[in-house]
Design a protein around this ligand. Structure first.
Ligand code: HPA
Length: 270
């Protein structure tokens, strides 16, 4: 595993040169941030050795290097979901490579279904914590001490300092920013009304099918994490509307101006 990570990192370093200390994983429909980037270099996942190739509609699959909010960043356009059939090591492989390349701060974004009754479709939720309901932990198996500890702490999985900064930015720019706990599920089914209710009862504010594996590995690797969810649909015991993939994409577009301002300003503040 270590050799594979190093091989991939060496390829990227040779292709791109200087490496950033900030990585961004762009979730469903949030690819618009790329339009605000001053791009230096792009690498198709297809050309990167050992990289899985993304398959879902709306996820194109590129590693993009460039300037955003005045900071040099590496952005993943398209991520690998467990529901696509990748195993947990594949889903989190890019995070391992980022760390090997020198990334110390990871931004993650996703689309999620809202369970908190105060949420509206199109809201942006700062992830304050998560609940892992994936059937497997990405750290299961042999631990490589070079990568991180056997039993990593998850008490501040999402950086308190970055959340505080994000709140300041929200206040200054008059952004509607919600806070909440993200429940990570394997998918690909959306939840039954009873499941949304259950996730609410156990402490969740939003539910989605990504992010948790990557955030676990980022914490294992000692990275600082900032996460945001775009609320693309609402779920609960009285809600019968079924979110379509198109509605999810549309709500993500609605949230774009807030997302863009937040991420750009947050990067600028680092
Ligand atoms: N459930 C799970 N994943 C999701 C949802 C949802 O309601 N919306 C967007 N991703």
């Amino acid at each position: 595993m270590l050799d594979v990570i190093r091989e991939t990192a060496a390829f990227i370093r040779a292709e791109v040169g200087e490496m950033p200390e900030i990585g961004i994983i762009l979730g469903t429909g949030l690819g618009d941030l790329v339009n605000h980037m001053e791009i230096r270099k792009e690498l198709d996942y297809k050309v990167i050795p050992n990289f899985p190739v993304s398959t879902v509609e709306g996820h194109s699959g590129k590693l993009i290097f460039g300037e955003l909010g005045g900071k040099y960043v590496m952005a993943m356009q398209g991520r690998f979901h467990y529901y696509e059939g990748y195993d947990m090591k594949q889903v989190t492989f890019p995070v391992r490579v980022m760390k090997e390349l020198g990334v110390e701060t990871l931004f993650v974004s996703n689309a999620a279904g809202g369970m908190n009754k105060e949420f509206k479709v199109g809201d942006v939720m700062i992830i304050t914590d998560h609940i892992n309901l994936f059937p497997e932990n990405p750290l299961r198996g042999k631990n490589y001490n070079e990568l991180g500890p056997r039993f990593p702490a998850m008490t501040e999985a999402y950086s308190d300092e970055m959340i505080r900064k994000a709140d300041e930015i929200g206040e200054k720019n008059n952004l509607r920013l919600m806070h909440g706990v993200y429940v990570g599920t394997p998918g690909p089914t959306f939840e039954t009304p009873a499941e949304y209710e259950y996730f609410r009862i156990i402490g969740g504010d939003a539910v989605g099918m990504s992010t948790v594996p990557e955030v676990i590995v980022a914490n294992h690797a000692g990275m600082k994490v900032f996460g945001v969810s775009v609320i693309t649909d609402l779920g609960g015991k009285d809600i019968k509307e079924v979110p379509s993939h198109e509605e999810v994409q549309k709500a993500a577009v609605t949230a774009q101006p807030v997302m863009t301002t937040l991420i750009k300003e947050l990067l600028a503040s680092l």
